[in-house]
Every structure is written in structure tokens, then in C-alpha cells.
Ligand binder design. Structure first.
Ligand code: UDP
Ligand code: MG
Length: 330
């Protein structure tokens, strides 16, 4: 292996993208041929549709194509992490495999990197091509995250990123199980360049981000970048304690000066209901964080690798066996 020789690594997380693999690799090869020596790394994230076969064929035809195949679906963030670990280039580009991150924007990312930026973030222009729902939720979410957390992100932030080797090495040293890459690259503090792009059309297959998975990612982003919801729980508790105190004063006053203390059923029920709801809400917040702490303490790997291109290339099969199961912790 001659790590220094490769200038660009392009990481393509792919879950059931069989129809997209060959065209996007062809397109990237065409674009990158003018820019510098490139490797393209497909991450097959537990696909069931022949994505792995497409990657095998592509890797067979051209040594610049590599792949990592997971034993099952571990999720987009895990796939990106595997790609960052496998990458050997001086700059690593992470992009979707479905053409929604247009390949022709990659040279613009490279240009900013050559101008000295260690991180270049693709930023979706939120125009009519994106559904109104996605635009609205994205805007609301990044505003909330900015208010709560330790990173500021622009609406339209995406996992379409170029990272310098320095940034990649830093991220690869992170032991945290949880990866919210688009937040992390901003948290690192390297100077960031932004390149706006018009989202392309997914060519084959369907989106895998259901509303449930988007909520999951959104919560990950908040939990990874803020503990303020926990503090909000304290404020909520204080507010209710103050209200409770007022209520006690009111009860005492009415006991001594007004003779209607038996008629307290409604207010007691109201207090129980409101306090009950507030307690459950706070418990929910705590539970969310405790669950994440548990996940971190288990120190399980983020993903398990079943196969890589080197398994199919006997000449470079001298891969350390320990690399086959890349742990979250080094
Ligand atoms: N992806 C993945 N693992 C998953 C889900 C998605 O690697 O569990 C990949 C997917 O193949 C694509 C990218 O992540 O390259 C973005 O996913 P998708 O296009 O489904 O999401 P959307 O663009 O609709 O937000
Ligand atoms: Mg997509």
C-alpha cells in the first residue's frame, strides 16, 4: 500500500443502490480523471438487491474501485464511518450514491480544498426540487439545534462533505459510538467552505430515510451536541415547584378566609395531570440520554465487515485480520 500516492477518496454509502452503483462510479471516474489520483470506496450497508455484486464487478474491472461490505444494515452513519476508516486519500469526499448529491459538484469541493479549506460542506439550495415538508423540518431542526447545541448548522446541511486528511484522522480517533458527521465536522473547528448545490434526482431505487429514521437522526444530532434538554428539565421542575407553591398559598388563604375548601377536586385533578405529564416528559428526556450512555459503555463496534475488495484481490490480501472487525474504540 502506498497511501501517499492517492489524492482523493470518494466514499459512497449504499443501501440497496444496485442500479446506481455502475453509473455513479462511471461518472465519478470521468470527473476525477482530470483532478488527481482517486479511489472510490463503495460501502455496502447490508443491501439485499445486488449492490454488492455491482461493487464486486466495478472493483474487478478497475483497481481504483474498492468496497467494504457489512454483514447487515448498520445505517448511513456507520457506513460513512467505515468509509472514513478505509480511505487513504489526502482528501476524502462523502456523498450519497443515488445522484442526489450531484457528482459534477465534486470538482467545486476539490477547488475549495485546494484553496486551503480543511472541510468543505455541500449545502443544498432549498428550492422547489426539495419537498416543502423536508425544507420546513430541516429549517426548524437546524434552528433548534443551533439554539440548544454546540454547533451552528445551516438549513440544507447534508452529508455531502469533503474532509482533509487532518480532519479525517481526527474523526477516526473519536471513540464515541454516536456519529453525527455533519455536526462533527463543524464542531472540529477547522475553517469550512460551503458549496451550494441543486439536489439531483435519485436515479434508481427509493429513499431509505423513513420519518422514523429521520427522527432518530434528529435526536442523535441533539444528544450528540447538547445536554441542554436535561437542563430544561430542571427549569421545568422549578417552574412547577413555583406554581405548586403559589397553589399552597392559595389553599391556605382560602382555608382561612373563604369557606369553599371542599370544592378542590378539579384543581387537584388538574395538578396531578399536569405534574404527571411533566414528570413523564422529563423521564423521557433522561431515558433518551441514559440509553445513549448505555450504548457508549457497551463499546460495541459500529459495524461488522463481511467482505472487502481485498478478499477478491489475492495480491493485496495481506490485510491484518484485526481490521476485519473495526471497533468503535481503537
Ligand atoms: N444509506 C445507507 N444506509 C442506510 C440508509 C441509507 O448507507 O441504512 C445510504 C443510501 O444508499 C444513500 C444515502 O445513504 O446513498 C442517503 O440515503 P437515502 O437516499 O435513502 O436518503 P435521502 O436522500 O432520501 O435522505
Ligand atoms: Mg437520497
Amino acid at each position: 500500500m502506498a497511501p501517499a500516492a492517492i489524492e482523493f477518496s470518494i466514499v459512497l454509502p449504499a443501501h440497496n443502490e444496485a442500479g446506481n452503483i455502475a453509473p455513479i462510479i462511471a461518472e465519478l471516474k470521468r470527473l476525477m480523471s482530470r483532478l488527481g489520483r482517486t479511489e472510490i470506496i463503495g460501502i455496502d450497508d447490508g443491501s439485499t438487491d445486488g449492490t454488492l455484486d455491482a461493487l464486486r464487478v466495478a472493483a474487478d474491472a478497475d483497481p481504483m474501485v474498492r468496497y467494504v461490505s457489512f454483514t447487515r444494515n448498520f445505517g448511513h452513519e456507520a457506513a460513512m464511518r467505515a468509509g472514513l476508516r478505509a480511505a487513504r486519500g489526502q482528501a476524502v469526499i462523502v456523498m450519497d450514491a443515488d445522484f442526489e448529491h450531484p457528482p459534477e459538484v465534486v470538482p467545486q469541493l476539490v477547488e475549495q480544498w485546494r484553496a486551503g479549506f480543511k472541510v468543505v460542506a455541500g449545502q443544498r439550495t432549498d428550492d422547489a426540487a426539495v419537498s416543502r415538508f423536508k425544507r420546513a423540518t430541516s429549517k426548524l431542526y437546524y434552528r433548534t439545534l443551533g439554539a440548544l447545541g454546540d454547533v451552528q448548522m445551516e438549513p440544507g446541511s447534508a452529508d455531502f462533505l469533503l474532509m482533509d486528511r487532518a480532519a479525517v484522522n481526527t474523526i477516526n480517533r473519536f471513540e464515541s459510538h454516536e456519529l453525527f458527521l455533519r455536526g462533527l465536522v463543524r464542531w472540529l473547528g477547522f475553517p469550512i467552505a460551503r458549496v451550494t448545490y441543486q439536489p439531483g434526482q435519485r436515479r434508481h431505487g427509493a429513499s431509505k430515510y423513513s420519518v422514523g429514521r429521520m427522527v432518530e437522526l434528529a435526536l442523535t444530532g441533539i444528544a450528540a451536541h447538547s445536554v441542554r434538554p436535561l437542563r430544561a428539565a430542571i427549569w421545568l421542575a422549578l417552574t412547577f415547584a413555583a406554581l405548586g407553591l403559589l397553589f399552597v398559598v392559595y389553599s391556605i388563604v382560602s382555608f382561612f378566609f373563604v369557606q369553599h375548601t371542599v370544592a378542590g377536586w378539579t384543581s387537584i385533578m388538574a395538578a396531578i395531570a399536569i405534574l404527571g405529564a411533566a414528570q413523564l416528559f422529563v423521564l423521557g428526556i433522561i431515558g433518551e440520554y441514559v440509553g445513549r450512555i448505555l450504548r457508549e459503555t457497551r463499546r460495541r463496534p459500529n459495524y461488522v465487515v463481511a467482505e472487502t475488495e481485498s478478499d477478491a484481490r489475492p495480491s493485496v490480501a495481506a490485510v491484518d485480520q484485526s481490521e476485519r472487525m473495526l471497533p468503535a474504540a481503537e
